[in-house]
Design a protein around this ligand. Sequence first.
Ligand code: ADP
Length: 197
Amino acid sequence: MRIVFIGPPGAGKGTQCRQLSSHYGIPHISTGEMLRATSEHSPIGRMIAQLIDGGNLAPDELVMQYVVERLRKPDCQPGALFDGFPRTVAQAGMLDEYLAKKDAPLDMVIHLAAESDPLVKRLLERAQKESRADDTYETIQARLEIYDQRTKPVLDYYRDAGLVSSVDAMQTAEGVFQSICGAIEQRIGSQLPTSLS
Ligand code: ADP
């Protein structure tokens, strides 16, 4: 089961992927978490922190390298839930190429659909609880703009491949979870996951 989650910042990708990961027993791969976990004591870590804190994207090749390293681990054999990746059409192309070589293509893409205004409110509330350096008003605006410019085209890329199911992300977290499970069951059903070797 290989599923990509696409949605603007604050749409709830992380919350849903964590819950789905324990529900289906499939690892959750969050490029945002992997990038934030890179030590700020290394030059690469400092570059990444600067980009993230300004609301900008990390370089495509670097992100892909992190994802490939993660996919090589044995727990990804039954599949992966990709959260926040791919975020650019270039990343989507690299992922497709990698998965095609493994003969293990994506099963579907879940689009968490949400309008900007309530997202800004959600993200500012999260900033108070989690104190993430990229949850300031200015950075949130920058991230939403980058989502429109760089990530929305990824949705079109996957729409052309007929892989996208959209879910309303403004329901309660439980409502979103149920909608996602419904979309997964409709598209993938009880199909057994193929292995990523
Ligand atoms: P959110 O979805 O709320 O923006 P994430 O944790 O997914 O949060 O991402 C935080 C930041 O990490 C992004 O704004 C970006 O700077 C960086 N990032 C995450 N995933 C990617 C990616 N696939 N490509 C480039 N940069 C990324």
